[in-house]
Design a protein around this ligand. Structure first.
Ligand SMILES: *Cc1c(COP(=O)(O)O)cnc(C)c1O
Length: 437
């Protein structure tokens, strides 16, 4: 067989067209790994991706809430370049280095909670969640983990068990890890608008009757659900669960992997209601696009684990740590929580205007630069995943990269980089507006 044709573009990199790459992919990449669009990226910066065919895309995905500081943010590029030249890997468990310590120091200060904290670094969100559960079980000596309807916590065996949705995350991948108990989420559109305290009481009763408070190691929750549909719990839900966990001696773990690092207009979404988690899991937006994750939390829980009990070959890789330090510096420097609030105000107004004329939108929700619309059959709240997919496809055809989510596949979500320009944001919203017709 002939080698795939390639041509040179934008420098010395051999580059194929998306069509050529699609063919190569079909015979090289496992089918189970999907992509939202089949345009292959050549370069990206700020709020724009450019594909190998020279087409520009306005980015309302940020690689799933990862490039909060933008793609190839200048400080990140500089820090990564400098670190790659110094050393690429020693394994922190073999020969430690300063940047790992510095990342932990910063996380301990930035995350909610005025208490003494410790951190440990990992590679992916799922790995951080797994480790938070390990730590909570070890520290409490209890087995049970409580999670919520619509939750998403990852794709490894334990985190599949923690995740709610079968297709595509869990289907035929079991059996799953045990001692995981699912209780109702506060989902105002779909629970009859229960207030936070009532919704929490319903979940707590289920925990106490079906699990037993004294068996609960951890209560794990996304303060705003990500893959599950950008579900924002009613006010008071998170504080009530926090209070219950304290009384029950259970570890309250906030999964801020999607909501963290300025996305919702605060550094972390828990801060909106003044909730202080015992442990927080972090990843996505943390390192400007390099793979890095963390568990940060109460020193007495984190330090309960014996030496050598936590770690991994690549966790806290020095290049990823350098990127994280640069990304966090950029978040401070550009005041990205304020940027997220500004994006949310502009986008929210446009989305509400669309919703006012289009009965397919049951709700506009989210916070900061983490907004979504839930699409239903007009006149009720029956989910309409077909219309959602069509709207998303219309956005893609017009050069706007959007994502869908939700248990029912009927939520269009918007996660622009927090450095997106007003022009890019406006053009993206114009495309979205036009897609609704
Ligand atoms: C993405 C995500 C994860 C999993 O992170 P990976 O890096 O993909 O393993 C876990 N929890 C939440 C809330 C997420 O959004």
């Amino acid at each position: 067989m002939r080698a795939p044709q390639s041509r040179t573009k934008g420098g010395s990199d051999p580059m194929s067209s998306s069509e050529e790459l699609r063919k190569r992919r079909g015979s090289a990449v496992a089918r189970g790994v999907g992509s939202v669009v089949d345009a292959y990226v050549d370069r990206a910066s700020g709020g724009t991706l450019t594909d190998v065919d020279g087409r520009e895309w306005i980015d309302f995905a940020a690689g799933i809430a990862v490039t909060n500081v933008g793609n190839s943010a200048p400080k990140v590029v500089e820090a990564v370049r400098a670190q790659v030249e110094r050393f690429t890997h020693t394994c922190f468990m073999v020969a430690p280095y300063e940047s790992y310590v510095a990342v932990c120091e910063q996380l301990n200060v930035l995350t909610p909670g005025g208490f003494e904290k410790r951190s440990a670094l990992f590679n992916s969100g799922a790995e951080a969640v797994e480790n938070a559960i390990k730590i909570a079980r070890h520290a409490t000596g209890r087995p049970a983990v409580v999670v919520f309807d619509h939750a998403y916590h990852g794709r490894t065996n334990l985190t599949m068990a923690l995740t709610a949705k079968n297709m595509p995350y869990k289907h035929r991948f079991g059996p799953f890890a045990g001692e995981v108990y699912r209780v109702p989420m506060s989902y105002p559109l779909r629970d009859g608008g229960l207030d936070g305290a009532t919704a929490a009481a319903r979940s707590i009763e289920m925990i106490e009757k079906q699990v037993g408070a004294e068996n609960v190691a951890a209560l794990l929750i996304e303060p705003i659900q990500g893959e599950g549909g950008f579900v924002v719990p009613a006010e008071g839900f998170l504080p009530a669960l926090r209070e219950w966990a304290t009384a029950a001696g259970a570890v309250f773990v906030a999964d801020e992997i999607q909501t963290g690092f300025c996305r919702t207009g605060d550094w972390f979404a828990c801060q909106h209601e003044g909730v202080e988690p015992d442990l927080v899991t972090l990843a996505k937006g943390m390192a400007g696009g390099l793979p890095l994750a963390a568990v940060t939390g109460r020193a007495e829980l984190m330090d309960a684990v014996h030496v050598g009990g936590l770690g991994g070959t690549y966790g806290g890789n020095p290049v990823a740590c350098a990127a994280a330090l640069a990304a966090m510096a950029t978040m401070h420097e550009l005041d990205l929580p304020a940027a997220a609030r500004r994006i949310g105000a502009v986008m929210g107004e446009r989305l509400r205007a669309i919703a006012a004329r289009d009965p397919r939108i049951a709700e506009v929700r989210g916070r900061g630069a983490m907004l979504a619309v839930e699409i239903v059959r007009p006149g009720g709240i029956v989910p309409d995943p077909v219309a959602t997919a069509a709207l998303s496809a219309a956005c893609h055809a017009a050069g706007l990269l959007t994502l869908t989510c939700g248990t029912y596949g009927n939520v269009l979500r918007f996660l622009p980089p927090l450095v997106i320009s007003d022009g890019e944001l406006g053009r993206g919203l114009d495309i979205l507006d036009a897609a609704f017709g």
